[in-house]
Design a binder for this molecule. Structure first.
Ligand code: SF4
Length: 395
């Protein structure tokens, strides 16, 4: 375990990221069907898929100078469902990236994929095209939870897709959801163990949450589905943390667990505040001091890009915003809040103010201070978002 080392040190040591690196995120806004809990931006109509690919390619070209001399170290196809792109469609987009950007030779290229899209031959083609990391949306290996969430795949497809991906790509992550009403502690542990036994290198695991305007929110409102139980989610989280540890995985972020050497470079760079460009509808970008986001509407996005106009809004991050982001991401990760970084963004007095505000959770054993880094303890980990908001700087 690597506790005791601050985030900047660990990233320098474990992840070959330099000052001049950047990430590229591409949002593929299509899904076969809507999962009941999901509030991401996507369309279930694929009619305009080709128009969208053309628009993504155009946006990549329009924004090619935004990264300046920074090299692209990570490329992440997220969504939506990027595995709805055929390997040749993915190749076209990747080709455009290589034409317009300086891409590191050791670039991490992640494709989010759903099990029902992953035949062995297709995985091989993605791999030949450059995909060297796959993040598979399993969510559950069991039919009752898959049905409840309205996932498009079966339990058999989930198992086979992960096994096939592992046979081709040496870096496979799966997503699993916990806190689902009716999911017993035993079946949750079985879910986890199936992933570990298959030989995955990385696990992203999230508590089911009710987002406004989702089918899940409507079902709960109309009593067709039970309210979510926070205690159940907390128990499942404890099981998750222990099972991950027992199987040699580091819990390096509250929702992310990896075998040593397999931390997601792309996601880690978000937490390290590495700049990134977000391409596609609803995609967010970060330049260090600014954030921007594209319109979350496929038709408007395509129309605007075709008119050579970037459909985005942006905001300048105040010092207070930057401090609060540092607190939020710091408490979610194993590296904690680096107090020296905090003082360099703000002022020395901010370090003192933060430590004063942290006294109670420190005494309660929810936070700990190690090597000038403020971190959540095992007891405080599940509460990290609430702890962070208690520490936020407010005017
Ligand atoms: S496949 Fe993913 S993005 Fe699409 S609806 Fe389901 S959870 Fe959301």
């Amino acid at each position: 375990m690597l506790f005791g080392i601050c985030i900047l040190e660990i990233i320098k040591e474990k992840i070959p990221i330099g000052e001049t690196m950047a990430g590229l995120y591409l949002h593929i806004p299509f899904c076969k069907q809507a999962c009941h809990y999901c509030d991401f931006h996507f369309s279930t109509s694929l009619k305009r898929k080709e128009d969208m690919i053309q628009a993504l390619i155009s946006e990549l070209s329009m924004r090619k100078d935004e990264l300046g001399s920074q090299h692209v170290a990570t490329i992440y196809f997220g969504g939506g469902t990027p595995s709805l792109l055929t390997p040749s469609e993915l190749d076209r987009i990747l080709g455009q990236i290589y034409v317009n950007y300086s891409v590191e030779s050791e670039v991490e290229i992640t494709l989010e994929a759903n099990p029902d899209d992953l035949q062995l031959s297709r995985i091989k083609e993605y791999s030949q095209g450059g995909v060297n990391r796959m993040s598979i949306g399993v969510q559950s290996f069991f039919a009752p939870e898959l049905r409840m969430m309205n996932r498009a795949h079966t339990e058999e497809e989930a198992y086979r897709a992960v096994a096939d991906a592992l046979s081709v790509i040496g870096n496979v992550s799966i997503d699993l959801i916990y806190g689902i009403p009716g999911l017993s502690e035993e079946r949750w542990l079985e879910n986890l163990q199936m992933g570990f036994d298959l030989g995955i290198q990385h696990l992203s695991s999230y508590a089911l949450t009710v987002e406004p305007k989702t089918a899940l929110a409507a079902f709960i409102k109309h009593k067709k589905y039970p309210e979510l139980d926070e205690n159940l989610a907390a128990t499942h989280f404890e099981i998750l943390v222990k099972a991950a540890d027992d199987n040699g995985f580091d819990g390096y972020e509250i929702s992310n667990f990896a075998k040593p050497g397999f931390y997601a470079r792309h996601n880690t760079s978000y937490w390290q505040k590495v700049p990134y460009l977000g391409i596609g509808p609803s995609a967010h970008s970060y330049s260090g001091k600014h954030r921007s986001w594209n319109v979350a509407n496929n038709a408007k996005y395509i129309k605007s890009i075709n008119a050579h106009c970037l459909p985005s809004e942006n905001e300048e991050l105040s010092v207070q915003d930057q401090l609060n982001e540092l607190i939020m991401t710091g408490l979610r990760t194993m590296w904690g809040i680096d107090l020296n970084v905090l003082a360099s963004i703000g002022e020395e007095s901010d370090r003192i103010r933060l430590l004063k505000a942290a006294q109670k959770p420190l005494q309660d054993g929810l936070l700990m201070l190690e090597n000038e880094c403020l971190k959540t303890t095992a007891k405080g980990k599940f509460l990290s978002d609430g702890l962070a908001s208690d520490l936020f700087f407010v005017d």
